[in-house]
Design a protein around this ligand. Structure first.
Ligand code: OKP
Ligand code: ZN
Length: 365
């Protein structure tokens, strides 16, 4: 059985970004989630609301915090939480203002360790790698709500297969903001906490020796997820993404992992404009590698920016194709509990239909 999870607080985050050379309302907007929720409500899929800020179990909240700090730098998390208020009280922004970085960290030959600048204005650039990861009022609440969906979804799945604890084998977490570009100490590409990494930490908390696979089918390379697990032999990362596209510096085929993790990072870049057939042959290859790895838990970073009309993606993929993609993944990995995390997808008018197509294909197996 598949269930969908959402937190209404994920709607609170609404920022601006630098796109091309213009500062515009971020394409990663609340309207994305609203469109998906509306489509789900008009369909028969079960959609469960979880609202972290509504309080409740203190133990779960502290567990979430602890698991997030497994893969995320403490000062970085602190920064996410406090920077908006700090900028506000320093008079750097108004109440409706947006924290955006100015100067990024530069690797140097001085041998000096990397450390945050003293200036709170400059600090935004130390903890980010681009200008599409602004922070405004309530962003932090949405960021943590989004991460919590990955945590709750994974927690639910750990009970699968243990004497009727749950019959849920797939959770689709409607995470917003997304996560796959964040590497544990830098926000970027609309991402602040790496939801996929948090899911892996959550799974490992109860199954420390488990092999986990992450299939990233957002249009963009998940540089953050790759970075976090690059030397980890127990986590296989497979990504299909637009070649030489954002985030530009990663995603090449020769990035295969390092040390013990050598071979557990598989990048499958695809030329922009590629037709669906070519996409599917990469996917089939990726699925074979996933099967070889014999994972006990599968995380899918699912982006709908592979859609033909997406402003940030450039593959020839149409609504019905998401059903085909989902069916093929499910046919190959049928018995493995799976957490599907929402990443990108920016054509609001088609997002709902694309999600429904994916879910229908998944459930048809
Ligand atoms: C996030 B996700 C391209 C500008 C890119 C940020 C894109 C973030 C994509 N010219 N700006 O992976 O969907
Ligand atoms: Zn993307």
């Amino acid at each position: 059985m598949l269930i969908t999870l959402y937190d209404p607080d994920c709607l609170l985050h609404k920022t601006v970004e630098l796109l091309g050379s213009k500062l515009i309302p971020a394409l990663e907007s609340p309207a994305r989630l609203e469109a998906i929720l509306e489509a789900l409500h008009l369909s028969e899929h079960e959609c469960r609301k979880i609202q972290l800020s509504a309080g409740g179990d203190e133990g779960r909240v502290s567990r979430l915090t602890k698991l997030t700090s497994d893969t995320h730098n403490h000062n970085y998390l602190q920064h996410l939480q406090s920077v908006y208020e700090e900028w506000l009280s320093a008079g750097l922004i108004e109440k409706d203002g947006n924290v955006l970085p100015e100067c990024f960290y530069l690797p140097t030959s001085t041998g000096k360790p990397m450390r945050p600048p003293k200036d709170v204005f400059a600090r935004a650039g130390y903890f980010a790698f681009d200008m599409s990861s602004g922070i405004m009022l309530d962003s932090y609440r949405a960021i943590v709500a989004s991460a919590n969906l990955a945590y709750e979804g994974t927690d639910m799945l750990t009970g699968f297969g243990t004497d009727g604890a749950t019959d849920v084998d797939t959770v689709f977490a409607l995470c917003r903001p997304p996560g796959h570009h964040c590497d544990g100490r830098r926000a970027g590409g609309y991402c602040y906490i790496n939801n996929a990494a948090l899911a892996v930490s959550t799974w490992r908390a109860s199954k420390p020796q488990a092999r986990v696979a992450i299939l990233d089918i957002d249009f963009h390379h998940g540089n953050g997820t790759q970075e976090i697990f690059y030397s980890d032999p127990k986590v296989l990362y497979v990504s299909i993404h637009g070649e030489d596209e954002f985030p530009y510096y990663t995603g090449a085929e020769d990035e295969r992992g390092i040390g013990e993790g050598e071979g557990t990072n598989i990048n499958l870049p695809l030329k922009v404009g590629s037709p669906f057939e070519e996409y599917m042959s990469k996917l089939e290859y990726g699925l074979d590698r996933l099967l070889d790895f014999r994972p006990e838990f599968l995380v899918i970073s699912l982006g709908f920016d592979t859609f033909h009309a997406d402003p940030l993606g450039h593959f020839q993929i149409h609504t019905e194709d998401y059903g085909t993609i989902a069916t093929r993944i499910r046919q190959n990995l049928k018995d493995i509990p799976c957490l599907v995390l929402l990443e990108g997808g920016y054509v609001i008018e088609h997002l709902g239909a694309n999600v429904l197509s994916f879910l229908k294909g998944w459930k048809s197996v």
